[in-house]
Write a protein of this length. Sequence first.
Length: 277
Amino acid sequence: MKQIAIMGLLVLFTLNNLNAWDLNQASGGRTNSLGKCSVALSDFWSLHNNPAGSASCNDLYFGISYGNRFLLKELSNKDAGLSIPLNYGTIGISISQFGYEHYSENLFGLGISKNFGTKLSIGLKLYYIFIKFSGEYPSKYVPTFDIGMQYHVNESLCLGTYIFNPINIRINTINKDKIPIIMRVGFSYFITDDFMICGEIEENFDDNFSFRFGLEYEIYKDIYVRSGFQFKPELFTFGIGYNYKWFMMDVAAQMNQELGASLSCSITFKINHINKM
């Protein structure tokens, strides 16, 4: 019965424009509490969301994230990453998994990001995708890449753009299964030093576009509250975050009126402040 229920939820994903392909969903508790806005943010989880945002990283970071769709472990996302600043740019290594024993999407990434002057940053990331099926269905292996850019208009306003799988790589040339092309464009704006708004549009070329908006407020030193929403599919999000000197933790909750609640949490460790080599 549980397997039938899970398959039913996957059908509802499709009916509600929630793609069965899930690995390019936003990673990190901060992003998931901001209506999934990510393209114009600069933090550790930019490693997964827009590699250009990693260019400002001057420390060695390691992070892990776990997300649970509708409180079902079979619909969970697991992410981990390492960010390494070097003289010629910031190197990012990431691993992501969505699914469970009968169906899983696995993504291995290696990227680089670099600042060009004080305003422009660009990031590029190569991926190796492994899609596993149970039973007699063969597993699929395919490479692809993404590219992102951020432009800091001033100290308060940042514009970002990102595209995943821009050359439309297919999983199977016979039945034309393919990895979707996904594009995001958005902004982040600090109204004050402790209050930020962000927004973005995501276009999935195999689906409808999504509009997202988020708010972040530092209510006390290093303690943040966040909220946001997404249209198509409709999600209401909220969360909290805490930044210590070497430790950051973000928790997010999302609510879909038809499918229920989803939870996610991410933890990031600053391993060391290192001189770029």
